[in-house]
Design a protein around this ligand. Structure first.
Ligand SMILES: Cc1cc2nc3c(=O)[nH]c(=O)nc-3n(C[C@H](O)[C@H](O)[C@H](O)COP(=O)(O)O)c2cc1C
Length: 309
């Protein structure tokens, strides 16, 4: 089995991915957070630092794209191949954010299976590249995923990632594993699972229920516990507190090398919503930490939480 790091927009940038992999074992492959497809005349892929090969030497990484126009996909994929050599691309049709959905992008595409088919057809027929989807059960209705899986069944997709919630749920409620089972019956494409694998027990339970799934994508749970992939794979863990501290300090240092303190503070604050679990701090302590608006005192306080017994 393989463990993937889920794309988390605003969080799993190349610096985060590289730093994580220097400090923890067990993560096999990444999908980068989404970037927008565009027509050739408007494209400037040189500015997409997150995809620069020099920034992605540590693990295999697949670029993810968002959009709904077949010609724009073909243009963007060709350009990314020409500039950087990528040969495999993922399409995000699962993002539930309202501004994205309103523009018929991300999960907003799911009620339109004809758009999905048109893009998949264009990419698989007009380019030599591997193409995959990352989706939810639907925007409003789980029948949307079944319709999409039927439509793409005969196209040579590399894989389909499914997060078994509806877009309108955002991240609320529990994933619908019965619906996932229906999806598995509706497709012969390789299916990659994404969602709410918080512990090794969660993984064991899901692996037992879905023995054909060989690829497990972890997002927020890896933020809460960076050693989860090691635990799931039964790799020798230990020293976790020490290792977390080293990883955290290194990441903060690396961010400061390329960003101002304000921007580093913003990124670390976002992460602390998740790190609070690992650090074992109370909701009140987290609230106080997040109220600090200058980098130095924030960083000092956060280190204090990580160092205390
Ligand atoms: C802050 C945040 C940003 C996300 N960004 C992306 C993204 O760029 N592309 C994508 O396909 N999914 C994105 N997702 C969805 C995750 O990749 C994943 O499918 C979802 O969080 C469920 O998995 P988890 O429970 O392991 O986190 C994002 C989720 C969160 C919480």
């Amino acid at each position: 089995m393989r463990i993937w790091l889920a794309p988390l927009d605003g969080i799993t940038n190349f610096q985060f991915r590289n730093c994580l992999c220097r400090h923890v074992n067990g993560i096999d492959i990444f999908i980068a957070p989404f970037l927008p497809v565009q027509e050739l005349s408007k494209l400037n892929v040189k500015k997409w630092k997150d995809l620069w090969p020099a920034n992605n030497t540590i693990r295999p990484m697949t670029p993810q794209l968002m959009g709904n126009n077949p010609a724009h996909f073909v243009d963007t994929l060709n350009e990314l191949h020409r500039e950087y050599g990528y040969t495999s691309f993922n399409w995000n049709i699962g993002c539930p954010v309202a501004q994205v959905v309103r523009r018929t992008r991300g999960c907003g595409v799911m009620p339109h299976p004809e758009i999905v088919e048109a893009v998949v057809k264009a990419v698989t027929e007009q380019t030599p590249f591997q193409f995959s989807l990352k989706m939810r059960l639907g925007l409003h209705n789980k029948s949307e995923s079944l319709e999409i899986l039927d439509r793409v069944q005969n196209y040579p997709l590399e894989y389909v990632v499914i997060h078994p919630r509806l877009g309108e749920q955002m991240y609320e409620g529990i994933p619908d594993w019965n619906a996932l089972e229906e999806c598995l019956l509706h497709t012969s494409h390789r299916l990659i699972y994404s969602g709410d694998v918080w512990t090794k027990d969660d993984y064991d339970r899901l692996q037992e229920r879905f023995p054909t799934i060989q690829d497990w994508m972890l997002g927020r749970p890896i933020l809460c516990n960076p050693f989860l992939a090691e635990e799931i794979k039964g790799l020798d863990t230990g020293d976790e507190k020490e290792r977390f501290l080293r990883y955290y300090q290194r990441y903060a240092d690396e961010l400061l090398e390329t960003r101002k303190e304000k921007s580093t503070l913003f990124i670390l604050k976002e992460l602390w919503h998740y790190y609070a679990t690992f650090a074992g701090i109370t909701a009140d302590e987290l609230k106080t930490l997040l109220r600090i608006n200058d980098f130095e005192p924030f960083y000092e306080r956060s280190l204090m939480f990580l160092k205390r017994d």
